[in-house]
Design a protein around this ligand. Structure first.
Ligand SMILES: *[C@@H]1O[C@H](CO)[C@@H](O)[C@H](O)[C@H]1NC(C)=O
Ligand SMILES: *[C@@H]1O[C@H](CO)[C@@H](O)[C@H](O)[C@H]1NC(C)=O
Ligand SMILES: *[C@@H]1O[C@H](CO)[C@@H](O)[C@H](O)[C@H]1NC(C)=O
Ligand SMILES: *[C@@H]1O[C@H](CO)[C@@H](O)[C@H](O)[C@H]1NC(C)=O
Ligand SMILES: *[C@@H]1O[C@H](CO)[C@@H](O)[C@H](O)[C@H]1NC(C)=O
Ligand SMILES: *[C@@H]1O[C@H](CO)[C@@H](O)[C@H](O)[C@H]1NC(C)=O
Ligand SMILES: *[C@@H]1O[C@H](CO)[C@@H](O)[C@H](O)[C@H]1NC(C)=O
Length: 297
């Protein structure tokens, strides 16, 4: 029992990280690590996770601290002090032993150069990410939002040109710190491969004489001009007997149906790069008061 309590105490993790620490160091398990206090003070004292006498093998000399045999209990927040004045703090973790393959998914609603990525990670982790832009310059680290193991971040590449063919992939680097370990991975992709438009807008269904007239507008977020950024539309409508029919149209924002349809919905796709279809719009109908009365031909 005593042994168990002791183990639990020793392994009690540092306070969970809530933001990415400004300064951190990654060491190998069982290796030694030197932590420096960035100060002009000659003599400093150290704490680990707020403890003045941590159960860790440490050698302190002037402004440096050597951690001997880095293990999980030795990870966490090392702060140096002049009396009660905080001088500096370094978050110490071990490198992750597993070669990780993160399941990251990115989506762009258009060719403006902005996109959104999400991925899964340890629930206790904090992540940050940065982008190598299409012109080769390196972006700033941005913190990722996250809760219960799901993380996401939005990016913008101001040097992205919607009218030029993408010759080089964008590269995203991700870094994560959990209480005790460091995770990193990178992801390369082309915007053209991650485009998924928003649903088309303002679908209307009207009876005009012997035909149903359907009209809509492209998604508000889609790139302009329309002549360059064409969209392929997929209409789906439901016959009075419940059968669903698909109709594809391109280069127009209206169409006629000769059949009766109870309701219709629409989605769209970039016809040239052929990535994902947009989500469906909501169903639109003629309304209960106005039954479709097209005569059978
Ligand atoms: C480390 O400890 C110092 C002193 O208590 C504190 O100011 C700092 O926010 C802590 N850093 C992290 C990443 O928890
Ligand atoms: C040390 O602190 C100075 C002043 O705050 C800062 O300019 C410098 O970047 C710091 N150096 C390191 C290695 O953190
Ligand atoms: C990756 O994530 C997506 C959605 O987040 C999920 O559908 C897919 O099954 C995942 N793949 C793997 C290999 O975990
Ligand atoms: C790349 O684009 C960014 C953002 O537009 C700009 O700040 C930077 O100067 C550019 N770098 C090069 C090498 O063109
Ligand atoms: C992860 O970080 C290590 C150490 O900083 C670096 O050498 C490695 O290239 C990084 N890996 C990825 C996939 O970014
Ligand atoms: C779509 O409908 C909304 C609300 O009725 C309207 O404000 C907007 O201008 C319409 N958009 C287009 C492209 O027709
Ligand atoms: C529904 O109606 C259409 C057109 O009137 C017809 O072609 C189709 O076979 C019908 N489907 C069923 C399941 O009755």
């Amino acid at each position: 029992m005593l042994v168990l309590v002791g183990l639990v105490l020793c392994l009690a993790p540092a306070d969970a990280l809530t933001t990415f620490p400004p300064k951190f160091q990654v060491g190998n398990l069982n290796g030694n690590m030197v932590v420096k206090c960035n100060t002009s003070e000659r003599q400093v004292t150290w704490t680990q996770n707020g403890e003045t006498e941590p159960m860790v093998e440490l050698v302190a000399k002037e402004r440096t601290l050597t951690i001997l045999g880095l293990d999980l209990p030795a990870t966490g927040n090392y702060s140096c002090w002049a009396g009660t004045v905080l001088l500096d703090a370094t978050y110490v973790v071990v490198s992750s032993t597993r070669k990780e393959k993160m399941n990251i998914s990115c989506q762009a609603e258009s060719y403006h150069g902005s996109f959104h990525c999400s991925w899964a990670g340890p629930p206790s982790a904090v992540f940050r990410a940065r982008l190598t832009r299409s012109n080769g310059s390196l972006g700033e680290w941005v913190p990722a939002a996250g809760s219960s193991g799901h993380f996401s971040a939005s990016f913008m590449d101001p040097s992205f040109c919607p009218f030029a063919e993408e010759l080089h992939p964008l590269q995203l680097e991700l870094e994560g710190l959990s209480d005790t370990s460091y995770h990193n991975f990178s992801y390369q992709f082309f915007i053209r491969d991650i485009v998924r438009p928003d649903p088309p807008q303002n679908l209307t269904v009207q009876q005009r004489g012997e035909q149903l007239h359907l009209a809509w507008a492209p998604p508000a977020s889609w790139s302009l001009p329309k002549s360059y950024f064409a969209l392929l539309y997929r209409l789906q409508y439901e016959l009075p007997n419940g059968t669903q029919v698909d109709k594809y149209v391109e280069g127009t924002e209206e169409t006629q149906l000769r059949e009766c349809a109870r309701r219709a919905r629409i989605s769209c796709q970039d016809p040239f790069t052929n990535p994902a279809w947009s989500p469906w719009s909501a169903w639109q109908g003629l309304g209960a008061a106005r039954q479709c009365r097209l005569r059978a031909r």
